[in-house]
Design a protein. Structure first.
Length: 821
């Protein structure tokens, strides 16, 4: 039983503890400080996070006040749940009382607590007295104290600064940005903090998947520590997206791993707050559901006139199938160049192209070790008469480049939307959007602009790493639709704070117009950060959240809505499967768009390339049971760690060639290592071990043993390459319908509009493809048996009926595409 006889004073340090100037003792402090963080969101939209950890009351801590604009919100996230009973706020600057600004102490404040999934108002004071300039009280003793009407068991608390005693006057004049000074905030608990415990030390709890899609069940994993204080039972409570309790059940807990299966078949899309309540405290978690429709059978014959028919694993392609599957092909690679020496850590290709005389040219930009993709040190031009090289360096190339015709024939870039122009997005003079002045702006005149820097506009300062909705008016003026960013990057969530679908990371996937003809809607895809807790977190990753590409849309630039995730992990995927960006390519005459997805295996710290597809630009689908388009598990391969490509594709003989602008054998965590040093050879075993040994690196990292532990990993980091090259694959050979050594078969849906058909296929030894052309009554009109290998062989000519379908039997064979005319 916990002791309720006296108050325990729980001090939240915004930067560090406040000291009494004379006694050097912490005011009002009686019990041990636990891990605490405070997130400060200013009225200008800027967010910062302060952290404090201390268990020794005798440490000498320095004074550190904060100054924030009125309207700001301070959210305090203790490491454990607390029974909050009161609050003290040390506010104002006594030394500034006689200045024109006054004390800047609080005048109006609201205090709220996060209780059972919602914020509850505990304190509201609208007229707090200001400092008395003639007071003899020392500045460090002045505070406001508020007792709550009853103790509240809370996960987080927040202080909303409504107004201050800032006069708005300055020695330099008048300011419209009035400020509040906060020196310290103390929360009082009904229990001494040294007798409270951390629930996370006793149990770890998290849903097995970050998001659930098209499944009837969700699984909550609860790992219970073998400790005397560990709970034996818990109550599981789930709240709907509208914050209504919809589920409650008592569950038994045993030492070790427990799995609770929850029926979610009737749960709609959204975020569901989940509370796991025990006698020791409560864990809050988030159940996310994002269902998308299955592709249905076509309701009318498919018009294939002058179309390319690519096989996708859905009901559009197949009416029936047996012993065949659609699988992604595996691309080959050619490394063309790498960084010149260890003083250069990075490079990237700025261009690659064939020339009309049959040569191949690559232009690369080099970067010095400490200037990672900033301030290039030089540019190199490389040329070869063979695609596979060797390449030699030249000063310049005057040869005529081959146009990327295959790109325009096979793909068209993201559907055209208004360009920024030669001046670029950061050189434009923006206005703040006013509908009465600027009128309606259609979606095809809207763009999303992302910026790393603090670019000043006339009316708002951009926070670092934010996304903005901007548009072009009928008069040619550029506007930004709001003073508030559309998204702000957020990498870590504290206390009770969870993602709500509008926090991002710099993982880009483009923007495009609606595929539906006549619909003016802009879609924007970007990495969204989702909080994940133990046992499914990855503590050695560089950010404490998972990244998944999410899709948003607007019809007017002002009103945006979340649509769905482009893809999410399944139970068959590894823990930590994430996204790092991607490219959407609309394939000409194929009624299909291909998505090059940069997959991120966070446990293995690898970024690799895989393919998804979409038919409407909204819902994206996988090629199940396929190997990735480009991935390797060999540490000696030049793209073992990561690979990034460009959309440009050229046809060279029977292959497509696509530029790899960056590839490296360095894994994602390597950046933390090399930025500690000035050259690769300085990397040591100790520098790697000291960085990662307390972050479950040795037990969780996929390649820890294979690379040779900390010593081998240090050697791998010190020998890392940074390269540029190309990937190659068969013409139209991204994926294929495949049959192995057991005969497979499939039937297409009814097709129409074509007189001739040819095929791109490959048959292995002892294999075959046998195709029957049938009318809608099942009568065989023509047949063809295929062997060998061809990019485009004629199969049927002069098809005699308007509507038909195909029956296909195949063994040890692949069909990449059918071409209809």
């Amino acid at each position: 039983m916990l002791d309720f006889k006296f108050w325990g004073c729980f001090i939240v340090m915004l930067c560090s503890a406040l000291l009494n100037a004379e006694s050097k003792k912490i005011i009002g402090f009686e019990n041990a400080i636990l891990d605490t963080s405070a997130e400060i969101q200013t009225s200008e939209g800027k967010t910062t996070t302060k952290s404090f950890t201390d268990g020794d009351l005798h440490n000498e801590l320095t004074i550190s006040d904060i100054t924030i604009p009125n309207g700001s919100v301070i959210t305090i996230n203790p490491r454990v749940r607390i029974h909050a009973k009161g609050i003290q706020i040390f506010s104002g600057n006594m030394r500034a009382v006689k200045n024109p600004s006054g004390s800047c102490a609080l005048k109006s404040v609201v205090v709220e607590a996060f209780v059972n999934g919602q914020w509850v108002e505990l304190v509201k004071e609208d007229n707090i007295k200001d400092y008395d300039a003639n007071s003899e009280l020392p500045a460090d003793s002045f505070f406001y104290r508020f007792d709550f009407s009853e103790p509240y068991e809370v996960d987080s608390l927040r202080v909303i600064v409504k107004d201050s005693h800032d006069t708005g006057k300055r020695k330099s004049g008048i300011t419209d940005k009035r400020l509040a000074v906060i020196r310290e905030i103390q929360f009082f608990s009904t229990t001494p903090m040294d007798k409270q415990f951390t629930l996370s030390d006793l149990i770890k709890a998290e849903y097995t998947l970050p998001v659930y899609r098209n499944t009837k069940e969700a699984k909550l994993t609860v790992v219970v520590a073998d400790k005397e204080q560990s709970p034996k039972e818990a109550e599981l409570i789930i709240f709907s997206p509208e914050n209504k309790q919809i589920y409650s059940q008592k569950i038994s807990l045993n030492v070790g791993e427990n799995t609770k299966v929850i029926d979610i078949s009737n749960f709609k899309n959204g975020r569901y707050c989940t509370l796991l309540k025990t006698r020791n405290g409560t864990h809050k978690r988030l159940l996310r559901i994002d269902n998308i429709p299955e592709i249905a059978y076509p309701t009318k014959p498919l018009n294939v006139a002058n179309k390319k028919f690519l096989f996708t694993p859905d009901k559009i392609t197949f009416k029936h199938k047996k012993n065949v599957s659609v699988k992604v092909s595996q691309a080959d690679t050619i490394e063309i160049t790498r960084q010149p020496d260890e003083q250069h850590l990075a490079l990237k290709s700025s261009d690659f192209y064939p020339t009309e005389d049959g040569s191949f040219v690559m232009e690369v930009v080099d970067y010095k070790y400490r200037n990672y993709f900033k301030n290039p040190s030089g540019k190199r031009v490389l040329i070869s008469d063979k695609l596979e090289g060797p390449y030699k360096e030249v000063k310049s190339v005057s040869k005529q480049r081959v146009k990327a015709e295959p790109l325009r024939q096979v793909f068209r870039p993201d559907a055209p939307i208004v360009p920024f122009g030669k001046e670029g997005p950061t050189k434009i003079k923006y206005q703040l959007y006013n509908k009465e002045i600027h009128g309606e702006i259609p979606a095809n005149n809207v763009r999303v602009l992302y910026s790393y820097d603090s670019l000043f506009l006339d009316f708002v300062r951009k926070p670092i790493r934010a996304s903005w909705s901007v548009g072009k008016t009928a008069k040619g003026e550029w506007v930004v639709f709001s003073k508030k960013p559309l998204f702000t990057d957020l990498w870590r969530y504290y206390g009770d704070k969870y993602d709500d679908g509008w926090q991002t990371n710099d993982n880009f996937a483009g923007q495009w117009m609606a595929f539906e003809e006549g619909k003016n809607e802009l879609f924007f895809a970007m990495g969204q950060t989702l909080r994940r807790d133990e046992p499914y977190d990855i503590p050695y990753d560089n950010i404490a959240s998972f990244r998944y590409l999410a899709l948003y849309s607007t019809t007017n630039g002002t009103d945006w809505k979340f649509r769905n995730y482009l893809d999410i992990p399944t139970e068959d995927d590894k823990v930590g499967s994430q996204h790092y960006g991607g490219y959407l390519m609309q394939m000409k005459n194929a009624d299909l768009a291909l998505f090059y997805c940069l997959e991120y295996d966070c446990v293995a710290q690898q970024i690799y390339l895989d393919l998804k597809y979409t038919r409407n630009g909204i819902h994206f689908y996988r090629f199940p049971n396929s190997e990735p388009f480009l991935r390797t598990f060999n540490p000696k391969d030049w793209y073992f760690g990561h690979v990034f490509i460009t959309p440009r594709i050229y046809r060279v003989g029977n292959k497509y060639v696509q530029e790899i602008s960056r590839g490296s054998n360095s894994l994602h965590f390597s950046a933390e290592v090399f930025l500690q040093h000035n050259k690769l050879s300085d990397i040591t075993t100790d520098s790697v071990k000291n960085r990662f040994e307390k972050r479950r690196f040795d037990t969780q990292f996929t390649f820890f043993k294979m690379l040779g532990g900390y010593e081998g990993i240090a050697k791998h980091c010190s020998r890392q390459n940074h390269s540029a090259g190309v990937l190659t694959f068969r013409v139209d050979g991204w994926f294929a319908v495949v049959a192995d050594d057991v005969e497979g078969s499939f039937t297409t849906n009814v097709l129409t509009g074509a007189k001739n058909m040819s095929a791109n296929y490959e048959v292995q030894k002892d294999g075959y493809i046998f195709i029957e052309l049938k009318d809608i009554n099942g009568n065989v009109l023509q047949t063809k048996r295929l062997t060998g290998d061809s990019l485009n062989v004629q199969v049927f000519e002069n098809i005699p009926v308007k509507e038909f379908y195909l029956d296909v039997k195949m063994k040890n064979a692949k069909i990449y595409a059918l071409y209809f005319k």
